[in-house]
Design a protein around this ligand. Structure first.
Ligand SMILES: [Zn+2]
Length: 137
């Protein structure tokens, strides 16, 4: 698949997620699964959505033994190489690049625009439906 189409696929899926109020954030592996694109490609597209202020990138530091989230942060560099307490294991874990996971959140304004577009495209569909009926007279 060409680059433009893969990018489109990722952006459409992100829009779809943004239109669902129950989805607060998502991880890149969910996008890989849905689009069948490699992680490296997905990350570069998602990061360009971050540059466009559509998404906000945050990080979860997880303890791999229980897969529990020990810390959520905007700046993982602050914790890299340090130790954090895991309540689940009742022990300290050392933070390495292996237990830092990127999590993407929606910029509320982006979400608003996605929903406005969705509503107006539904309205257009409804209008089209009515005009089709009129054509039958
Ligand atoms: Zn733990």
């Amino acid at each position: 698949m060409n680059e433009h189409l893969s990018r489109y696929k990722v952006e459409k899926y992100v829009e779809q997620l943004a239109s669902q109020p129950i989805v607060k954030s998502f991880n890149p592996s969910a996008v890989c699964k849905k689009t069948n694109l490699p992680l490296k490609v997905v990350l570069s597209y998602l990061n360009s959505l971050v540059d466009q202020n559509k998404l906000v990138l945050r990080y979860e530091i997880r303890c791999l033994s229980g897969n529990s989230v020990v810390k959520k942060t905007d700046n993982y560099m602050e914790y890299l190489g340090k130790e954090l307490y895991c309540y689940y294991c009742d022990d300290y874990i050392s933070v390495t690049t292996g237990n830092i996971f990127p999590i993407y959140h929606f910029n509320p304004e982006y979400r608003k625009v996605v929903n406005e577009n969705l509503t107006s495209s539904l309205k257009k569909k409804r209008k089209l439906h009515i005009s089709e009926l009129t054509g039958c007279y």
